[in-house]
Structures are given as C-alpha cells and as structure tokens.
Design a protein around this ligand. Structure first.
Ligand code: BTN
Length: 250
C-alpha cells in the first residue's frame, strides 16, 4: 500500500487510483471524523464524512467550527517512509486547492490552509496514528456569513459567501478524492504548491509557542518545510511546531 511516490508511479495518495476502492462511511453528526477513524481503527482506504462535527479539531490543538453546510471528511492513509508521511499535508493542500479553485480563486497559506480574499476557506489536519495517517479536510462550503459573525470567526469565509451560490458538498468531496488520487509525483506536487502558495516571498510573523519573530518566507525545502530569512540568517521551519501569519492574510 503506497501513499505517494516520488516519480512516475500510478498509485495515488490513497493507495489505489480508483475511487471504487475507497470505502466511504457517512454520518449525520460525529465529534470529529479524524477521531472517529482513530477510535474505530479503520483500515487504509476508509473515508469518513459527516454533515456536522461537534468537536472538530484543527492544528495546534485548536478547534474547527463544523456547522451544517460544510464538508468534513477524513481518510486513512498508509505510508512507506517518514518523508512520504511528512509530505501528506503538502499534497492535500495542492489537491484541495485544485478543486476549490473551480469555484473561487484561492491560494495555499503554508502549510495547508486554503485561503481566498485573505480569509480561510478550508483547513487540513494530518495526524499520524499507529502505522497510518489520518488526513482530515474541512471546507466551509454552504456556510452563511451570519454564522461567522455570530461565532467571532471574522477570519473565515465560505464558498457560499464568496460566490453567492450553494454548492454540492458531495461533488466537492468526490473531486477532492479523485484529485488526491491523481497526485503521485513529488516534484510536480511541490512545483504546483509553490505556484499557488501565498506565503512565499512575503514578510511573515513566525509563532512558536511563546516565541515570535518577523522573517521573510523565501522558499520550501524538498519536503515542504518553509525556509525563512531572519535578519540575514536562513532558518528551516517545520509545520508541526510553528505557525505563520502574514499582513495580507490570516
Ligand atoms: C486547521 O484549520 O487547523 C485544520 C482543520 C481541519 C478540520 C478537519 S474537518 C474533518 C477533520 N476532522 C477534524 O476534527 N478535523 C479535520
């Protein structure tokens, strides 16, 4: 079972390139689709999707608001090496941006938020669990602006808010799964990521626990870590422990 290959292989991120091979489990309401797949020890290829999450989880221990109208999905992935595992969030960001850009113009904020108009449209959380990775994707699809206002989520937006139209959550999920499955070439993925990454070339604020500093985002390493210039010194930062903020986006 392969997650993704560095060159030319046909296996996709979910291990097989045919959607028929996934098993999709649908739920009306769960605490978190990531937690559900972990607790149930679901096998590689399982996909969980829920209409509502009551305890949606984000990166860095934050919560992810998950009202009705959004897409909340998680997939169980296998992997062959640590490098492959670390590359999952980068791959997912490229695949999800491809799909969402069919609806609105959007960019990737390093490491794996999808933003449009300076606001967050989608969050991605990849967690390792036993010998697997649980890849969770939350997209604000048909969420009304009032929801963001009344919940103090001024940094968030939805496809509905951006386009003035409702969109099919099911269609977006299927397109994301297909797109994830088509991503196999690491060099191509990185190239595409850089093309659409809003963080590169920007002045950013690096936040690591209680430590914060200003830097400029200059490039990505071949594993998708961010290279920043801090007062003339190049530093490589890893998404596991650091978050970044820019002046033009959240
Ligand atoms: C982030 O923005 O920090 C990541 C958010 C990830 C949210 C998705 S929704 C589906 C899956 N289940 C969760 O509890 N989290 C992820």
């Amino acid at each position: 079972m392969h997650l993704l290959r560095s060159t030319g292989q046909k296996d996709g991120i979910l291990g097989k390139s045919i959607l028929m091979d996934y098993k999709i489990h649908r739920f009306d309401e769960v605490d978190s689709t990531n937690s559900l797949l972990k607790k149930g020890n679901y096998p590689v290829g399982s996909v969980a999707v829920a209409k509502i999450q009551t305890k949606g989880r984000g990166r860095g221990g934050r919560s992810f608001s998950s009202p009705a109208g959004g897409l909340y999905m998680s997939c169980v992935l296998g992997f062959d090496s640590v490098d492959q595992a670390l590359f999952v969030p980068i791959t997912a960001a490229v695949a999800v941006r491809n799909v969402l850009s069919q609806y609105v113009e959007c960019k990737i904020k390093w490491p794996n938020d999808i933003v449009t108009d300076g606001k967050k449209l989608c969050g991605i959380l990849a967690e390792s669990y036993l010998d697997k990775i649980i890849l969770g994707i939350g997209v604000n699809v048909n969420i009304e602006p009032e929801y963001f206002k009344s919940n103090g989520l001024s940094y968030a937006t939805s496809l509905y808010l951006q386009s003035g139209k409702n969109h099919s959550v099911e269609e977006i999920m299927t397109n994301i799964l297909n797109n994830l499955n088509s991503k196999t070439d690491k060099v191509e993925i990185l190239k595409e990521y850089k093309q659409h990454c809003i963080t590169l070339g920007k002045k950013i604020r690096v936040i690591q626990g209680t430590r914060e500093y200003d830097a400029e985002a200059v490039d990505l390493t071949e594993n998708g870590e961010l290279m920043v210039n801090r007062d003339g010194k190049l530093i490589v930062i890893n998404s596991g422990i650091v978050s970044v903020r820019g002046s033009e986006y959240i």
